[in-house]
Design a binder for this molecule. Structure first.
Ligand SMILES: Nc1nc2c(c(=O)[nH]1)N[C@H]1C(S)=C(S)[C@@H](COP(=O)(O)O)O[C@H]1N2
Ligand SMILES: [Mo]
Length: 511
């Protein structure tokens, strides 16, 4: 019974890898057919994001920046690319190892796919496990001590290679087909067709004095939508056509209600300029952007619902389950919005189309739910929003911060007259002063552009006659209440970075 030569290791490994590609291709194809059926790879990656300790997430964001999601998917595929061939090698001696391995992948994928949602979400994972296990059985079937493929004639080995190639190709075609099919669920067409009503209270264009002209590298007063930072836990951008969207306002209110998109926008839109900031932004970082938002004042919705006295937290829930939470007062003491427009367009898909929260003065994670589906009135002592169990603060007002945009850290600058410039923000309080220090010298006051509002960042600049050599530049600011920016350096966790940014530049003799 040991006469039949064992499948060569390489062939076995390739066959199992091909089985994995075919299995995943099947899953991707299935996920393209029914919207609620989930891709197991995406589901596992989202589980990793949701479950991983925040240190891991921060490492991901720090190392891969906004490519952290692609890096996670690639990481999962790399693990499969190592484990699947090993299953093939193991199956040479123990044919059931291949079946068991794919069954285990299936269980993990199915569990991640369901994760509190509908059981049907696991259909692609189950199909993938069946295809993977079945493919393994074809090659490594325990059959009265013999293996069917390969025969010792070598033909079987060639068949095995050809078969692996064909399975791989088929898997890739299915995956591509699944992706193409998934485009049917895109909300892009809904966004393209949407014409938003104008603001009942339109804002005048920003005054010329609010922007310095001609400083290359200085952040523009308004961040263009395609350059606006994006931070969220979603691997696939939730696709929510306006036709399907509703907003439910409920919880500790007298009159819960649910409204559609047209009804929302007919309540009367206002325009508000607000600078959004991420709690993960590091000193000198760019997870901050300013936009002119169009939306419905949150207070209108809450007045209609009638907030009960005991409620102290407004929770914004997304179609993807994400939640933010912030004090009830913030809906009434500032211009918090359910926003539908951003810089003159409907919200971009990745910034929360068709509707999101925007709240001045609070970090995005507590106050800016994208793809908004519910506003629930709760209490801080009974409900924790998404990031709270993951170590972030329950309440998170934005810390006063200033940033040097030009010159950049490490930049080589020509000697002579130049300019140091950047932005500073302390939403709801405004900025009253920005100061710059050169080579650890005394802080000198920079020139401020006109303030747009206290809820937006403010440009600053300082002329500088640069002399050859290495120079250290530092910046600090003072908010509208006269409070100096905190000098001590805090990490972003748990409630936002602090510290005075400083950087080194090299000035070279201009020729
Ligand atoms: N649904 C959802 N909304 C979300 C998040 C998220 O992960 N999911 N992240 C929040 C965080 S941490 C920030 S900083 C802002 C960022 O908004 P932007 O991507 O439009 O810049 O969105 C907030 N809204
Ligand atoms: Mo954030």
């Amino acid at each position: 019974m040991e006469n039949a030569p064992r499948t060569p290791t390489m062939h076995a490994a390739l066959w199992a890898a091909a089985a994995a590609v075919a299995a995943l291709g099947t899953a991707e194809l299935a996920a393209g057919i029914v919207q609620s059926w989930r891709s197991p790879v995406v589901a596992v990656a989202e589980s990793v994001i949701d479950r991983s300790p925040s240190a891991f997430t921060r490492f991901g964001i720090r190392t891969f920046g906004t490519n952290d999601k692609a890096a996670l998917i690639i990481g999962i595929l790399l693990i499969l690319a190592v484990v699947a061939p090993l299953l093939g090698v193991a199956a040479r001696r123990r044919p059931w190892a291949g079946v068991a391995g794919f069954a285990l992948f299936g269980v993990v994928g199915a569990a991640a796919s369901i994760d509190g949602g509908p059981t049907a979400a696991a259909v692609p994972a189950v199909l993938a496990a069946l295809i993977g296990a079945g493919t393994m059985l074809v090659a490594f079937r325990p059959r009265s001590g013999e293996r069917r493929i390969p025969s010792d004639a070598g033909v079987g080995r060639r068949e095995m290679l050809a078969g692996a190639g064909a399975l791989t190709a088929l898997g890739l075609v299915m995956a591509a087909g699944g992706r193409a099919l998934r485009d049917r669920f895109s909300a892009a067409a809904s966004r393209a067709a949407l014409v938003l009503p104008g603001a009942r209270r339109p804002l005048p264009p920003a005054p010329a004095g609010a922007s310095f002209e001609g400083i290359a590298g200085l952040s523009p007063l308004f961040t263009p939508n395609d350059r606006f930072y994006r931070i969220d836990t979603a691997l696939l951008i939730p696709q929510v056509p306006v036709e399907d969207w509703t907003l439910r306002v409920h919880g500790m209110v007298d009159e819960p209600f649910e409204i559609g998109f047209d009804e929302l926008t007919s309540l009367g839109l206002v325009e508000t300029d607000i600078t959004l900031t991420c709690v993960s932004n590091r000193l000198g970082g760019d997870l901050v952007g300013n936009a002119r938002w169009l939306g419905v004042p949150l207070r209108l919705l809450l007045e209609r619902a009638g907030v009960q006295d005991r409620a102290d937290q407004i929770v914004g829930r997304s179609v993807d389950g994400y939640t933010c939470g912030f004090p009830v007062e913030a809906a009434f003491d500032r211009d918090a919005l359910v926003a539908v427009g951003m810089n003159g367009e409907p919200l971009p898909l990745q910034h929360g189309f068709p509707a999101r929260l925007v709240t001045p003065g609070l970090y995005g994670y507590v106050s800016a739910t994208k793809w908004l589906s519910e506003i629930e009135l709760t209490r801080f002592d009974t409900f924790d929003q998404y990031w709270v169990p993951r170590g972030y603060a329950e309440r998170a007002p934005i810390k006063t911060m200033s940033r040097i945009d030009v010159p950049r850290s490490g930049q080589i600058v020509d000697a002579g007259d130049t300019v140091i410039a950047g932005v500073a923000w302390a939403q709801t309080r405004g900025i009253s002063k920005v100061e710059v220090s050169i080579d650890d010298g005394p802080f000198a006051e920079a020139e401020l552009a006109d303030a747009l509002t206290d809820d937006t960042w403010r440009q600053w600049r300082m002329p500088w006659t640069a002399t050859a050599g290495a120079h250290r530049l530092a910046v600090r600011c003072t908010d509208g209440d006269g409070q100096l920016q905190r000098e001590a350096r805090d990490e972003p966790l748990p409630d936002g970075a602090s510290g005075w940014q400083s950087l080194l530049v090299t000035v070279r003799e201009s020729s």
